[in-house]
Design a protein around this ligand. Structure first.
Ligand code: ADP
Ligand code: MG
Length: 634
C-alpha cells in the first residue's frame, strides 16, 4: 500500500490545536496516558487469547526506548495491536460522545486541571502532542500479518502506510520537543526522569514497564566499556493485596486516577477481605463528584473491575455491585473463579453473589460511618449521590432497607437544613406515629405549600423530598422507619392531634358547612372527587390532597415524563372553614348556589389551590379571564 493521507475529523483537529497551543501546566501526564493504553492493549490480548490460543503470549510487557541523538522516545507494547481500520477509527476520530463536552470543559477550566480532563474523556492518546512535534504509531494486530504505520505532526492530517516486519503490538514513537522548564516539558530521554514518572503514575500497572539502563561500569582503565541492562521500573504490586498501613494515601489516589481518569480525589475507600469458603479482596472508591452520565443508563458505566488471582478479567462488571451503587469504582480480586469466566456465568455464580453481598454491606457501612464522623462531607456526598442511593429503596430484588439510615431530607422545622430519618424520629413527640413528608420538585415550593400550614402551626416537622425517585420509594416503603410509617402531608391519611375544643369546633363545622360542601361538590364534580373541611390549613382557603391509594400528581408527572399515557386522577379539595373567602362562599351558597357567579367562585377556589402547590391549570386562559372579570367587578 502506498502512503495515504487522511484528514482528522473536525473535532479531533480542534482538540489537537488545544493540546498544542494551549498552555498545560503538567505535560508529564502523556506518559501515564500512553502506558495506560499499552496496559489496556495487553489486557485485551490476554483476554482474547483465552478463546484464540494462537495469539497467546506469555511475555506481555511494555518497553520504553530512548534514542538520545534523535530525541525519540518509544513506548512499545506486545498487546492486541491495531488494524488499519483501528488506526483510522481510534486515532483519527474521537468516537466518544464526550468529546464535545471535553472541548467545552477545557475552554472553561483553568490550566491546572486540564491535563487530567484529557484522560477522563478518553482522549489520552492525543496528549502525546503535548511533548512531541511528531508522533509515529506502528501497529500490528494479533493474529494478522500486515502492520501499518500512522504518522502525524498534529496539524490537520495524518498518513498511513503498510510496513514490513513489525512485531505484534504497538509502538508509539515521539519526536520530542526540547526540554523546557517554563513550558513544563521534561527531559524524557533521561531514564531517571522516566523512572520517576512511572513510579509516580503507573507503579501498579500489572505488566513490567522495562527500559534499558546503563550498567555500572566494570573493568578499569582502557577496558571500560559501556554496557546496558534491562530494568523494570514499576513494582507491579497489586495495591489491593498490600496491607493498608503500608500504602500511602498518595498511592491510593494515583491508583484511583489510573482506574477512573477522575481528577478529583475520591471521598474515601473501602478495603475488604472476604475469607472462608470464598476468598476475595476488594478495593473500592467512593468518588467525590458524580459523573455526568450517572442518570443515563445507556452511557453510565459500572465501575468495578474483576480480577482473578491478580489477573485482569473484566471491566465494567455490573454483577458485583447493585445498580444503586453504580458510581462506586474499584477492583475485586477473587481467588477461585475460573480465568475464562464470562458475564453470563457471573450472573448466576454463587460466589459472585456472596462477594456482592459483602461489598454492599461494607459500602453502606462506609456511608453510615461518614454520616456520623464527617457531617459536612457526608452532606456534600449526599448531594452528589443521594438520588442514586435511594434507588436502593425501590421495590427491586436489590432493595436494601439499610439505605434508610443514609437518607437525608430537608426539614421544615429546621428551616431547610438536611436531617436524617433517625434525627427526625428523635426530635418528634413519642406519640407521633408517622414520619410526615412532602415530595415536591423544589424545596422552596414545598416550604411554602399550604399543606404544611397546620404542621407548622403545631410544630410538627415534615421532611421534604425533591428527587424523582422519592415518590416511588416512599410509596413502596410499607414498613416505614423505626416503627413509624411514612405519611404524605398532602395525602388523606394525615391525622394531626386536636385539643378538646378543636374537636368540638370540628363537629359543629360539619353541621354548619354541610350544605356548602355538597354545593361545591356539585359545582366542581368534573374536577375533584370530593370536597371536605380541612384541619391542615391556617392561612390558605383551600388545598388539594390525594386520596389513599390514588396516584399522586408527582407520580403522574413522572409517568408522563417516561412516556406513559396516564389519565388525570381526580383529587380531594379541602377547604378551610375559618377563612374569610370560605365564609363569603358560605353566604353566597345560601342565597344563589345555582348561579353562574357561585360556579365562578368555586372554580377560582379550585384553581388557586392547584397553583399554590405548583400544579398546572388545565385551562389557564379561562382562569385568567375569570380573575380579571372579578377584578373589574370588585
Ligand atoms: P481511551 O484509552 O480512553 O480509549 P485514548 O485516546 O487514550 O482513549 O486511545 C484511543 C484508542 O486508541 C483506544 O481506545 C484504543 O482502542 C486505541 N489505542 C491507543 N493506544 C493503543 C495501543 N497501544 N494498543 C492498541 N490500541 C491502542
Ligand atoms: Mg487511553
Amino acid at each position: 500500500m502506498s502512503q495515504e493521507t487522511h484528514n482528522f475529523q473536525a473535532e479531533t483537529k480542534r482538540l489537537l490545536d488545544l493540546m498544542i497551543h494551549s498552555l498545560y501546566s503538567n505535560k508529564d501526564i502523556f506518559l501515564r496516558e500512553l502506558i495506560s493504553n499499552a496496559s489496556d492493549a495487553l489486557d485485551k490480548r490476554r483476554f482474547a487469547a483465552l478463546t484464540e490460543p494462537a495469539i497467546a503470549e506469555d511475555n506481555l510487557h511494555i518497553r520504553l526506548d530512548v534514542d538520545t541523538p534523535t530525541r525519540t522516545l518509544s513506548i512499545r507494547d506486545n498487546g492486541i495491536g491495531m488494524t488499519k481500520e483501528d488506526l483510522v477509527n481510534n486515532l483519527g476520530t474521537i468516537a466518544r460522545s464526550g468529546t464535545k463536552e471535553f472541548l467545552e470543559q477545557v475552554s472553561k477550566s483553568d490550566a491546572q486541571s486540564r491535563p487530567d480532563l484529557i484522560g477522563q474523556f478518553g482522549v489520552g492518546f492525543y496528549s502525546s502532542f503535548l511533548v512531541a512535534n511528531q508522533v509515529t504509531v506502528v501497529s500490528r494486530k494479533a493474529g494478522t500479518t500486515l502492520a501499518h504505520k500512522w504518522v502525524s505532526t498534529g496539524d490537520g492530517s495524518y498518513t498511513i502506510e503498510t510496513v514490513d516486519d513489525a512485531p505484534v503490538g504497538t509502538t508509539v514513537s515521539l519526536l520530542l520537543k526540547p526540554a523546557n522548564d517554563d513550558e513544563g516539558i521534561g527531559d524524557y530521554t533521561n531514564t531517571w526522569t522516566l523512572r520517576q514518572l512511572v513510579q509516580k503514575y503507573s507503579d501498579f500497572v500489572a505488566y513490567p514497564i522495562i527500559t534499558q539502563q546503563r550498567k555500572a561500569p566494570t573493568g578499569d582503565g582502557d577496558d571500560k566499556t559501556i554496557e546496558f541492562e534491562d530494568k523494570t521500573l514499576n513494582s507491579m504490586k497489586a495495591i489491593w493485596m498490600r496491607p493498608e498501613k503500608e500504602v500511602t494515601d498518595e498511592e491510593y489516589q494515583q491508583f484511583y486516577r489510573h482506574l477512573t481518569h477522575d481528577w478529583h480525589d475520591p471521598a474515601g475507600r473501602v478495603l475488604t477481605k472476604i475469607e472462608g469458603t470464598i476468598e476475595a479482596r476488594a478495593l473500592l472508591f467512593v468518588p467525590s463528584t458524580a459523573p455526568r452520565d450517572l442518570f443515563r443508563p445507556d452511557m453510565s458505566r459500572a465501575g468495578v473491575h474483576l480480577y482473578v488471582k491478580r489477573i485482569f478479567i473484566l471491566d465494567e462488571c455490573t454483577e458485583l455491585l447493585p445498580n444503586y451503587l453504580r458510581f462506586v469504582k474499584g477492583v475485586v480480586d477473587a481467588e477461585d473463579l475460573p480465568l475464562n469466566v464470562s458475564r453470563e456465568v457471573l450472573q448466576s455464580n454463587g460466589q459472585v453473589r456472596v462477594i456482592k453481598r459483602q461489598l454492599v454491606k461494607k459500602t453502606v457501612e462506609w456511608f453510615a460511618k461518614k454520616l456520623t464522623d464527617d457531617r459536612a462531607g457526608y452532606e456534600a456526598l449526599w448531594k452528589e449521590f443521594g438520588a442514586v442511593l435511594k434507588e436502593g429503596l425501590l421495590h427491586t430484588p436489590e432493595r436494601n432497607e439499610k439505605v434508610l439510615d443514609l437518607v437525608l431530607a430537608t426539614s421544615v422545622q429546621k428551616t431547610g437544613s438536611l436531617i436524617s430519618l433517625q434525627e427526625y424520629a428523635d426530635a418528634c413527640k413519642p406519640e407521633q406515629e408517622a414520619i410526615y413528608y412532602l415530595t415536591s420538585p423544589t424545596a422552596d415550593l414545598a416550604l411554602n405549600s399550604p399543606h404544611l400550614e397546620a404542621f407548622k402551626a403545631k410544630g410538627i416537622d415534615v421532611l421534604i423530598f425533591t428527587d424523582p425517585v422519592d415518590e416511588m420509594w416512599l410509596q413502596d416503603n410499607h414498613e416505614g422507619f423505626g416503627g413509624k410509617k411514612f405519611v404524605a402531608a398532602d395525602g388523606s391519611d394525615v391525622k394531626l392531634p386536636e385539643g378538646e375544643e378543636a374537636k368540638k369546633a370540628t363537629e359543629e363545622n360539619k353541621a354548619t358547612f354541610a350544605d356548602l360542601l355538597s354545593a361545591v361538590r356539585a359545582s366542581l364534580q368534573d374536577d375533584v372527587k370530593d370536597v371536605r373541611l380541612s384541619d391542615r390549613l391556617t392561612n390558605s382557603a383551600a388545598c388539594l390532597i390525594s386520596d389513599k391509594g390514588d396516584m399522586t400528581p408527582q407520580m403522574e408527572r413522572l409517568m408522563r415524563l417516561s412516556g406513559q399515557n396516564v389519565p388525570r386522577t381526580k383529587r380531594i379539595l379541602e377547604i378551610n372553614p375559618t377563612h374569610p373567602a370560605v365564609l363569603k362562599l358560605q353566604e353566597r351558597c345560601k342565597s344563589d348556589k345555582d348561579s353562574s357567579g357561585f360556579k365562578d367562585l368555586t372554580t377560582l377556589l379550585y384553581g388557586q389551590a392547584l397553583l399554590a402547590e405548583g400544579g398546572h391549570l388545565e385551562n389557564p386562559a379561562a382562569f385568567a379571564k375569570l380573575v380579571t372579570e372579578l377584578m373589574a367587578r370588585a
